[in-house]
Write a protein that binds this ligand. Structure first.
Ligand SMILES: Cc1ncc(COP(=O)(O)O)c(C=O)c1O
Length: 505
């Protein structure tokens, strides 16, 4: 036992030291992880030996997600208390698929789901008491935004193409039979060209194919246009196809932009369509009195995706799909005689996943410990830091801002010295833009290799540069510990990375 305690303490100390160093990772070399695992399986090591190896040989080459200069990923900073919670949750090993395998934790999970439901939809306390008594399902905890979006599309599909006299519903009879029975020639989901690729997965799984996802242009501000949506709905309906869902994004993956949710929600209501809001990134803006107005209209959604491991700062593997109407999940309900009996209300009857870890306890804990005001401070701070970064980029001749940040993602690019005048005048040719694309791709890879700081990169179809695709550096500012000095250091490092790569023209 003593040895175990010493091992736990040593591991905690080493991780703390790794994260206290602000570098993102060690300078890049090919990973040399000793002998192959298949050989080691023949002569197993002791747990302390394994852990020592992990801490000595593997940890230095991990990514320091806590680094305030790691601006590449949407999942990053975890509050300190999460590690302690992890050491409680792992040995307890509760299975959230079933009440009888998790008991008290199931109750905490329900409370956490209801708290998020209230944040998004704002129903009265009485609504929650009454619908809880009716065994309402306010949401499902899943492993990520992808699973939440896939599940939302599954629910929408089953509701649109449900049972009819002589037809058991799409869930039982499949897509072809459903279209025939309902008299449709096809089915589609409408969103912008910035919808997360989880919707492509959803349409593949739903049996309609990825081409049935209608991706409308998002324009230079990264938002779907209402007129385009109206026109596409009419087009689909006049081709005798069914619109399964209209998707609004509250915080796009590429640039953090927010679709006009209120207008989309009203349109969906008028046309009788399922309205899904993918708020995987943006939902925590609701905690901020200053910024919650950006999500006006989210309360009109039928389903909402919230990712815990993005701006709620929970470990990867925590997300919630919320249902405005607590009976909606019956559209995907399943039963298994060995565990999910009628009347038990196990969330495993609805979840796309089976056995499931107690990730919702992280959510319950964070809502209890960080609370409304803590999240508000984090959201406000990161949006302010993103504003600082955008202003700095505008001021510095080495960079060009490619999009005004709507939230806390900053899209920009490095401009080599020989092209700066032309970039300022807005007279870059297509060929020069391609050169700048290459320079930025190399710069981003070089920064990753050096390990001091990191941003990611994407390609914008439209930007302040015009309507031609350009490669953008993408800084995700969601670590509340990132300061303006860190931002300056990241940008300085990029100029150094460009010089090292001899990318000056
Ligand atoms: C808007 C949006 N939706 C969904 C997802 C998918 O989330 P996950 O990676 O948790 O599956 C992401 C991830 O970046 C996202 O940005």
């Amino acid at each position: 036992m003593l040895e175990m305690r010493a091992m736990n303490q040593a591991a905690a100390d080493r991780i703390m030291a790794f994260q206290a160093n602000k570098d993102v990772t060690s300078p890049f070399e090919d990973l040399d992880l000793d002998e192959p695992l298949s050989a080691r399986m023949q002569s197993p090591v002791t747990p302390p030996e394994y852990i020592e190896w992990l801490l000595d040989s593997v940890l230095p080459d991990c990514i320091n997600m806590r680094s305030p200069r790691c601006l590449a990923h949407m999942a990053n900073y975890l509050p300190d208390f999460i590690a302690t919670l992890g050491s409680i949750l792992a040995p307890l090993n509760q299975n959230m698929a079933k009440r009888q395998a998790s008991r008290a934790f199931s109750r905490l999970e329900e409370d956490a789901i209801v708290a998020l439901h209230k944040l998004v939809f704002g129903f009265s306390e009485e609504f929650y008491v009454r619908r809880r008594e009716d065994a309402g399902v306010f949401g499902l905890v899943v492993s990520g935004g992808t699973m939440a979006n896939i599940t939302a599309m599954w629910v929408a599909r089953n509701q649109c193409l449900g049972p009819l006299p002589g037809f058991a519903g799409i869930e039982e009879e499949g897509a072809d039979a459903a279209l025939r029975a309902h008299g449709y020639r096809g089915a589609a989901v409408i969103g912008s060209d910035l919808t997360h690729y989880s919707f492509d997965k959803a349409m593949g799984l739903a049996g309609f194919g990825t081409r049935s996802l209608a991706k409308l242009p998002s324009g230079p501000r990264g938002r779907i246009r209402l007129a385009d949506v109206e026109a596409r709905i009419s087009e689909i309906e006049s081709a005798k196809a069914k619109v399964l869902a209209l998707v609004g994004i509250a915080g796009t993956t590429d640039c953090g932009s927010i679709d006009p949710l209120a207008e989309l929600g009203q349109l969906a209501r008028r046309r009788g369509l399922h309205f899904h809001v993918d708020a995987a990134w943006g939902a925590p803006l609701l905690f901020s009195r200053r910024h919650q107005g950006l999500l006006r209209g989210i309360e009109l959604a039928d389903t909402v995706t919230v990712d815990g491991h993005k701006q709620l700062h929970l470990p990867i593997g925590t997300a919630v799909l919320l249902f405005r109407e607590p009976t909606a999940a019956t559209a995907i309900r399943k039963q298994a005689s060995y565990m999910l009996q009628e009347g038990m209300q196990d969330l495993g009857s609805y979840s796309p996943e089976g056995s499931r870890p107690a990730a919702s306890i992280y959510l319950h804990a964070a809502l209890s410990v960080i609370g409304q005001s803590g999240y508000e401070r984090m959201v406000d701070a990161t949006i302010e830091t993103a504003g600082y970064m955008a202003r700095t980029i505008r001021r510095r001749p080495e960079f060009q801002l490619l999009m005004e940040p709507e939230t806390n993602l900053v899209l920009y690019r490095y401009i080599p010295p020989g092209l700066r005048d032309r970039a300022r005048q807005g007279s870059l040719t297509l060929g020069e833009n391609r050169i700048i694309d290459r320079v930025n791709e190399q710069l981003q890879s070089e920064q990753y290799r050096a390990g001091f700081a990191l941003v990611s990169r994407t390609t914008l179809r439209e930007s302040l540069e015009g309507s031609m695709p350009v490669v953008a550096l993408r800084a995700v500012i969601s670590n509340p510990q990132t300061t303006s000095a860190d931002i300056d250091a990241v940008l300085d490092d990029q100029i150094q990375a460009a010089r090292r790569g001899r990318q000056e023209l």
